[in-house]
Ligand binder design. Structure first.
Ligand code: NDP
Length: 244
């Protein structure tokens, strides 16, 4: 356990699995007090048991503004401040545009885009007080759209646009905005795809490469949020070496 984040309070959304879970553990290992949010409360309790430092678990649905506001308020009440928001909660329901089940589009937009915007809105007053950091988990799909991931890519492009506007609004007040864009990471993400052909395609793609592990992205997050105050790491694109 190092002390690079001693005295810092971090809130990680979507911490019940994958990148969010690994990131919460890595930030805890750096000495941060960590609040973790997601819908699966049991998974968060298990994370809290394994974390080296103090962890506050918060049942959270980022699509519900009230839930987001309550989670941020509880974090600040418990730890006294908020220094870093890791905006990570997301879903990827891949499929072609033609004939799509548009309720899946709604879910992706409400979770990935609106949910992350609500979370920034709720956290920002506290981050401004502490000259804190907003770290957005986007994707390579936030830079390059591809067939069968149009809506997912639209949400991630949206995160990039929102983040750049936010950066311009708050950088003079010392708040840093970081966009992290992972390539293929081995997590539960693709397991939620409902289209069987798409789910199989994701599994086959994973089999062709040495995928990233959630810990690889957690290490990038730790790097970005432990820089000196005058250094703003605005964007990190991280692909598996084997991913074209
Ligand atoms: P996981 O499916 O393992 O994690 C997704 C997390 O988001 C879970 O903790 C889930 O928790 C949470 N979540 C989903 N919906 C909600 C909601 N409505 N409210 C609160 N939390 C929610 O996948 P990853 O770790 O891979 O995904 C994390 C992020 O990384 C996502 O934004 C994803 O788009 C991004 N990403 C992933 C890549 C990959 O290859 N895996 C590549 C690029 C980006 P719960 O279900 O308990 O609510």
């Amino acid at each position: 356990m190092s002390n690079a984040l001693a005295g810092k309070v971090v809130f990680v959304t979507g911490a019940s699995s994958g990148i969010g879970e690994a990131t919460a553990l890595a930030l805890s290992a750096e000495g941060a007090q960590v609040a973790v949010g997601a819908r699966r409360a049991g998974r968060l309790e298990s994370l809290a048991d394994r974390a080296p430092g103090e962890v506050l678990t918060l049942e959270l649905d980022v699509t519900d503004q009230e839930s987001v506001r309550a989670a941020v308020a509880e974090t600040v009440e418990r730890f006294g401040a908020l220094d870093v928001l890791v905006n990570n909660a997301g879903v990827m329901l891949s499929g072609p545009i033609v004939g799509a089940d548009t309720t899946e589009w709604t879910r992706m937009v409400e979770t990935n885009l609106l949910g992350s915007m609500y979370t920034v809105h709720a956290a920002l007053p506290h981050l401004l007080e502490r000259k804190g950091t907003v770290l957005q988990i986007s994707s390579t799909s936030g830079r390059i759209a591809s067939a069968n991931s149009g809506v997912y890519a639209a949400t991630k492009f949206g995160i990039t646009a929102f983040s750049e506007a936010l950066r311009q609004e708050v950088t003079a007040q010392g708040v840093r905005v970081v966009v992290v864009e992972p390539g293929f990471v081995a997590t539960e993400l693709a397991g939620h795809i409902t289209d069987p052909a798409m789910r199989t395609a994701a599994q086959q793609m994973a089999a062709t490469m040495r995928t990233l592990q959630p810990e690889d992205i957690a290490a990038a997050v730790v790097y970005a949020v432990t820089q000196p105050e005058h250094v703003a790491v605005n964007e990190l694109l991280i692909r598996p070496t084997d991913q074209t």
